[in-house]
Design a protein around this ligand. Structure first.
Ligand code: TYD
Length: 132
């Protein structure tokens, strides 16, 4: 499985740092939705789904968390702990997020509005859909 980490250019000076996210520039799709997770409880593991068509970029804008990514053939574990990096997650990737630091703010940009029909929430069904 190819993991795409998008480097996000930081505009920093002695006042601090600033990152701009722009569709078609550092975000490779039209941005229709942005959501973020925070105050995630200790030991919480969430996600447990794949998407049929949705593309997303996840950024730990503060703190850290880990992603388990699974395309049905291979599982990859990746830590997001850098606000200068975006994790691109294509469709048909099962994801679980865990090990959130107490201060973690995980922001996600998506190319579609929220649509429950785009979710695959059953792992056996996901494996079936990816032909495994
Ligand atoms: P959920 O899909 O359970 O989150 P995760 O996949 O991270 O475990 O979403 C939690 C709740 O938030 C659920 O009631 C659906 C709602 N939600 C929205 O209304 N809009 C959104 O863009 C997202 C991602 C979730």
């Amino acid at each position: 499985m190819k993991i795409h980490i998008l480097p996000l250019q930081t505009h920093g000076d002695d006042r601090g740092s600033l990152i701009a996210l722009e569709e078609g520039k550092n975000i490779p799709f039209p941005v229709k939705r942005v959501y973020y997770m925070f105050n995630t409880g200790e030991g919480v593991r969430r996600g447990y789904h794949a998407h049929k068509t949705l593309k997303q970029v996840a950024i730990a804008v503060r703190g850290s968390c880990r992603f388990l990514l699974d395309d049905g053939r291979e599982k990859i574990d990746i830590t997001l702990d850098n606000p200068c990096q975006g994790l691109l997650i294509e469709s048909f990737i099962w994801r679980e997020m865990y090990d959130f630091s107490p201060d973690c703010v995980l922001m996600v940009l998506a190319d579609q509005l929220y649509e429950e029909g785009d979710y695959v929430r059953d792992y056996a069904q996901f494996m079936d859909m990816v032909g495994q």
